[in-house]
Design a protein around this ligand. Sequence first.
Ligand SMILES: Cc1ncc(COP(=O)(O)O)c(C=O)c1O
Length: 446
Amino acid sequence: MDIIGFAGRYARSDITRFHMPGHKGTPLVGAEPLDITEISGADSLYAAEGIIAESERKTSAAFGSARSLYSAEGSSLSIKSALLMLRIFFGRKIRIAAARNCHRAFIDGCALTGAEAVWIYPQKRESLCTVGITPSDVGKTLELGDIDCVYITSPDYYGSIADISRIARQCHQKNALLIVDNAHGAYLAFAGEPAMHPLALGADIVCDSAHKTLPVYTGGAYLHISADAPSELCSLAKPAMAMLGSTSPSYLILASLDNCAKLLHGSLPDEIKRACRRVCGIKKLMSERGIPDLSAEPLKITIDCAAVGYYGYEFADMLRKSKMECEYSDKRAVVLMLSPYNTQRDFARLEEFLQNVKIKDAIRLTAGVLNTPLRAVLSIRQASLSACELLPAADSVGRICARPALNCQPSVAAVMPGEMITRECAEICAENGIDSIAVVKEQQRR
Ligand SMILES: Cc1ncc(COP(=O)(O)O)c(C=O)c1O
């Protein structure tokens, strides 16, 4: 019996539900009959011994990990759990070198666990969402010494991919663990050769949002631990996740993760490879028409709209008028995420649009990223747990940031908690549509 089979059999049975949830299986929205709680036989996510444990093992086998845990609260939970697991593993606060294009879950994880973030400032920075971290950038930060772990976001929201295998070797030479936020790349494990999933490239801990690129309900994610990572992590991961996650994880999400595990042992890997070939054809068409694609991912297209004379927002509207909704757009680009579940009609629609869109003179955009590293005067934890007030970005100069200042959907912060806000930083915020910043209240600091 598997999770989905169990939930389906229970839904068809004539059993009276004197247990949570309150809908009692009545199909009000539609999926309620399958939405159950930890009843006998259903297993329990944080003390899994039955069908949930079996399903996680199936997923672990598909990804080739030592252990893969399910999260019903996205990679956000996986990332925070990874930091807590490492806090317990090291038995002290950890020092973690991280690229600044991290998701806010990482910053919140640092606040919760007291981890000290040592920011990796790359040579080349293009936007808040993409920073192009190279092994040399990581190497320089590792030279600072006493780094317990390195944290990389790859792929990033634009589809840039870091050189994980070289970064992993550098980390291991310096006795540091490598954590990869692979929220956007769960499918990479099945995209064919060369290997692209961070686990296959030497990362120790990988967080995947299954729901972003695999056929999984929103919220379904994984926390993978590599067979080459310290084996103790495998037993620390569940208790860490249990401390942060809800005690009522959605059974619908678990059933969906279970279904995906089955598909990954069936035809889905071939379907993913087929979709990658189809997208490769679209990328070729773009290249022939001189439309730059900023994504290195096989199932993500990031159209550099500014290079062909459009603002990203404007291009997204044009796509919308042609019945296509993008994942994300900003001043420069539009991000499209494709999967085997897009139909031939979807692909044809996009091809027709790209074939016919008028190419205009490029729009020149300013980079809008910080050139001078910001000075941290409080730790992320101290600043995040302080009382704060919201100020217009222009009035926040000279104050200490209390909460990550976010603009875009990927939740990449322009300024981190604990950092002193400079004039340049306030200007970058304004340029990136961040109107206000939460700053530490003055009396709180005294
Ligand atoms: C790079 C990155 N990491 C982590 C997350 C959080 O993932 P989830 O939405 O699965 O919690 C996101 C969400 O957009 C993301 O873009």
